[in-house]
Each structure stands twice: as structure tokens, then as C-alpha cells.
Design a protein around this ligand. Structure first.
Ligand SMILES: *Cc1c(COP(=O)(O)O)cnc(C)c1O
Length: 217
């Protein structure tokens, strides 16, 4: 696979769904990938990336930002409250807002900085104990809590269980978003982004299909 192959597949999925290509943002998930692979994708002109860890992103993106204009990096992985300040300096968006304490900390920092990254609330659609995110029955209340903190919500995010049909989870996320007047949907990864686009994804998070397998060595 390559970036241009993925681009073709995204375009085809948008066409099939009657959606504009510009309605779907491709987040190239660069976590764990060697710098040469990330650089190749930057050289190809892509500018939107996703990372899972604050520390890892802090180690590589400042240098890439010095070299390439217009880079945007989104945090996809869990965020500890003691890393919020650093995260808000590093990322244009956070897709893993999943508890009130974290939202409060982000709100405090947003006050101080006068700006706030785009925020996506993570919903644990499969109600998996090992996964982050609020369970669907708590979603409406959590959305209200975040709004009461004066934080704008860019969208909702989910990571479906590995062994279930992802479309059911994408549809559920879309339903929760729609009834709360939220337009952004961060859903779909290498194995299922076309299905996510069919169900309204606005941000797809594709790693291995662009960069190759991750070597956790
Ligand atoms: C790693 C990761 C991805 C990308 O996964 P691939 O299967 O490599 O496309 C997307 N979203 C999140 C939250 C991830 O952690």
C-alpha cells in the first residue's frame, strides 16, 4: 500500500457514499514508524498525522515542523492529566477526551492559553473494560458536562472491538453524535475505513495501510 493507493480508495468510498472527498480527513497514523517512512509521506505532501503518545510525538514532531510547513498532529491515544499542558502545545487536536477530570484540566489550560485544540470525545462503543472512552449510555451526560465547561466539541471518536463488525459501532457513534448535534466522527482505521466513510466518518485514522506494519521490536 501507499499514500496514493489509500487516496484512491478514499475517493472511491466517498463517491460510493455520495460524499465529497473534502468531507473526509485522512489522519496518517505515524506512531512507532521510523522517521524515514514519516518523511516519505511528508515529502509526498501529506500534512495531517496522528500519534498515540505525548512523549513519542514530542521527540519527533518539533523537528518535522521546522522542516515542513502546515503540519498538523492529532493525539489519538490516552492522555494523563499531568501531560495536558504539553499535549496542548504539541497537538492541533485531541481524540481521546474521556473523563471529566481530563476535560476540566483541558478547560483550565484553554483559559490560560486562550486557544484550545479540536476536541473529540472518545466513546467506548463496545463497552470493553480494557479500552478508554465513556460507555454509550453515559455519552449524552458526558457531552453535556464538556459543553458546560465551555469547551467546543469537534467530534466523537471510537475504536470498535477487534472481533466485531465495525459498522455497528460506526453507526452507533453516528447516532450519538446526531442526537447531540455533533458533526465530527473520528472512526475507521486501515482495515475498515471504507465502511467508516459509508457511515459518515469525517476523520479516518490510517496507519499500517500507509506506512507498513509497525515494528514494536
Ligand atoms: C494505531 C491506531 C490507529 C491506526 O491503526 P492501523 O490499523 O494501523 O490503521 C488508529 N487509531 C488509533 C486510536 C490507533 O491507536
Amino acid at each position: 500500500m501507499s499514500l496514493s493507493d489509500i487516496e484512491h480508495r478514499i475517493k472511491a468510498a466517498c463517491d460510493a457514499a455520495g460524499r465529497a472527498r473534502s468531507d473526509v480527513k485522512l489522519i496518517a497514523v505515524s506512531k512507532v514508524q521510523p522517521n524515514e517512512r514519516v518523511e516519505a509521506v511528508l515529502e509526498a505532501g501529506h500534512r495531517l498525522f496522528g500519534e498515540n503518545k505525548v512523549q513519542e510525538a514530542a521527540g519527533k514532531w518539533p523537528a518535522f515542523r521546522d522542516t515542513y510547513d502546515g503540519v498538523s498532529v492529532h493525539l489519538l491515544g490516552p492522555l494523563q492529566t499531568n501531560k495536558v499542558k504539553q499535549a496542548m502545545e504539541l497537538f492541533e487536536a485531541i481524540h481521546s477526551v474521556d473523563r471529566e477530570k481530563l476535560a476540566r484540566k483541558i478547560a483550565d489550560q484553554a483559559q490560560e492559553r486562550g486557544t484550545c485544540p479540536d476536541l473529540f470525545l472518545q466513546i467506548n462503543t463496545g463497552e470493553e473494560p480494557q479500552k478508554a472512552g465513556v460507555i454509550p449510555s453515559d455519552a449524552d451526560a458526558f457531552i453535556a458536562t464538556v459543553r458546560a465547561l465551555d469547551l467546543p466539541i469537534a467530534g466523537l471518536m471510537c475504536i470498535p472491538p477487534a472481533d466485531e463488525e465495525p459498522s455497528l459501532h460506526f453507526a452507533l457513534l453516528g447516532k450519538i453524535a446526531a442526537r447531540n448535534g455533533i458533526t465530527g466522527l473520528s472512526m475507521g482505521m486501515s482495515g475498515d475505513f471504507e465502511r467508516a466513510i459509508a457511515l459518515g466518518a469525517t476523520h479516518i485514522r490510517v496507519g499500517s495501510a500507509i506506512f507498513g506494519a509497525r515494528d514494536y521490536g
